[in-house]
Design a binder for this molecule. Structure first.
Ligand code: NAD
Ligand code: UDX
Length: 464
């Protein structure tokens, strides 16, 4: 079967970039990206491509080339479903905030709504692709909804989890380590799997396209994120030990990373991992293990989250302790709010938790981030529910430039590894701050010897 029309439900951080790449590499396929969020769709359609809702290096250029040619963004979900041979479901699957599994299980209500809408609308056979990250065996629930509420048409269900990382989405999509496609073990399932293999084959080599059964594919996505996050928590656990033993966590990371069995990537110690995926997916894994009665398995993976929470809190505590045990009324400047560089995404960013801790200690927090809007920053803080919107706006200020942000600050803390932070005139920053000028590097980003020479009192993760 040859796919000529694709619909993707969900125009977010995954749906948007992934479909743009498919459109760019498959000019013979028409791609409709649909969403219920009118504002988001309007931004994707903004005549100025710099205003698309997601900041990713290289993405706006690709959108410019394909939008209006074979890539379309619309809120007309039903029409896009009707027209499609293949439907990707790429909606959000956040941690449940209510009911059974609250705080751990994935909330699948958006997935279920998609399935019900597809079943209701479809009048011809479709291939349904799970692009969202889902608990293992979700395809079973999808099959049940599609078969019991549909119009008698046939649905094939594939699992095709996305491995892109934000900030490098375009290059990850262009040159993926692998593409994973899980299918039902039936003749029709295999044909559907081949149809998706053929789509990716337009730019990904055959040996990088892995085909498995549906359950392996679903579980591999959760597992990949758990393993990656585990590495960050492992090196962060060692960072605390380095601080008390005068070992240097960067040197330890280099020493162990050169062992080819361990590998060099994901050993950068930090203020703690953030992002929309790691915490959510590990909690989901823990919950799944628990539901199968595998308590030791659940406890093992939960420790990755416990360590990460500890790392964020430890960094904030260190600021308070260093500033003579009180930050009350003191201006603390946070450089960076995004959960990593080169993205405007702030979900689960360590900066949110550090700011919240400092605000509880009555600090006057000022934030500067090159790509995150002030409204996003307030919305992130409000979401924690620690204090009212008015209080958050009164206690935390957002500046549009770094130099104004550090003016008269008692301390500056680097929370995101934006390249531009390295380029700043740190002598000028030192002059603008109150003395002693404290500098906390939560990303091991700056040249600490140079900073000390300028006059800063420097604290960095992972160094005594
Ligand atoms: P997102 O919140 O950025 O986007 C999801 C979009 O789906 C939203 O715009 C929302 O309005 C839309 N939506 C929800 N229900 C809908 C419905 N019924 N009909 C139409 N639109 C609907 O989320 P995201 O970051 O793109 O993540 C999507 C999925 O991909 C999640 O399961 C996530 O775990 C997974 N994932 C994310 C990343 C990442 O880096 N963000 C990477 C790999 C996998
Ligand atoms: C992650 C996975 O990498 C990706 O494959 C999956 O599809 C989605 O989840 P993402 O969350 O976008 O991607 O970014 P990632 O680069 O994994 O970083 C996650 C967090 O870990 C960030 O806060 C980052 O700063 C932190 N991190 C990463 C470290 O602290 N140290 C490292 O060595 C690597």
């Amino acid at each position: 079967m040859k796919v000529s029309n694709i619909c993707c439900i969900g125009a977010g951080y995954v749906g948007g970039p992934t479909m743009t790449m498919i459109a760019a590499k498959c000019p013979h396929i028409k791609v409709n990206v649909v969403d219920i969020n009118q504002k988001r769709i309007d931004s994707w359609n903004d005549p100025d491509v710099n205003n698309i809702p997601i900041y990713e290096p290289g993405l706006s250029d690709l959108v410019k080339k394909t939008r209006g040619e074979n890539l379309f963004f619309t809120t007309d979900v039903n029409q896009a479903i009707l027209d499609a041979d293949m439907i990707f479901i790429s909606v959000n699957t956040p941690t449940k905030t209510y009911g059974v599994g609250k705080g751990m299980a994935a909330d699948l209500k958006y997935i279920e709504l998609c399935a019900r809408q597809i079943a209701e609308v479809a009048t011809s056979d479709k291939i349904i692709v799970e692009k969202s990250t889902l608990p293992v065996r979700t395809a079973e629930a999808l099959r049940s909804i599609l078969d019991n509420t549909g119009n008698g048409v046939h649905f094939d269900i594939l699992s095709n989890p996305e491995f892109l990382a934000e900030g490098t989405a375009v290059s990850d999509l262009l040159n993926p380590d692998r593409v994973l496609i899980g299918a039902e073990n039936t003749e029709k399932g295999k044909k559907a799997q081949q149809a998706l293999v053929d789509v990716y084959s337009n730019w990904v080599s055959q040996e990088r396209i892995l085909t498995t059964n549906v359950w392996s594919s679903e579980l591999s996505k959760l597992t990949a994120n758990a393993f990656l996050a585990q590495r960050v928590s492992s090196i962060n656990a060692l960072s605390e030990l380095c601080e008390v033993t005068e070992a240097d966590v960067n040197e330890v990371a280099r020493a162990i990373g050169t062992d080819s069995r361990i590998g060099a990537k994901f050993l950068q110690s930090s203020v703690g991992f953030g992002g929309s995926c790691f915490q959510k997916d590990i909690l989901n894994l823990v919950y799944i293990a628990q539901t199968y009665g595998l308590q030791e398995v659940a406890d093992y993976w939960e420790q990755v989250i416990i360590m990460n929470d500890h790392q964020k809190r430890r960094f904030a505590k260190k600021i308070v302790k260093t500033l003579f045990n009180t930050v009350s009324g003191k201006k603390i400047t946070l450089l960076g709010w995004a959960f990593k560089k080169d993205t405007n995404d702030t979900r689960e960013s360590a900066a949110i938790y550090v700011a919240d801790y400092l605000l509880n200690e009555q600090a006057e927090v000022t934030v500067y981030d090159p790509k995150v809007t002030s409204e996003q920053i307030y919305s992130d803080l409000n979401y924690l529910g620690t204090r009212s919107d008015e209080e958050n706006r009164r206690l935390l200020k957002v500046e549009s430039g770094p130099m104004k942000a550090v003016e008269n600050a008692h301390a500056t803390a680097v929370l995101t590894e934006w390249d531009e932070f390295v380029q700043y005139d740190w002598k000028d920053i030192y002059e603008r701050m109150l003395k002693p000028a404290f500098l906390f590097d939560g990303r091991m980003l700056l040249d600490h010897e140079k900073m000390k020479q300028i006059g800063f009192d420097v604290y960095t993760i992972g160094k005594g």
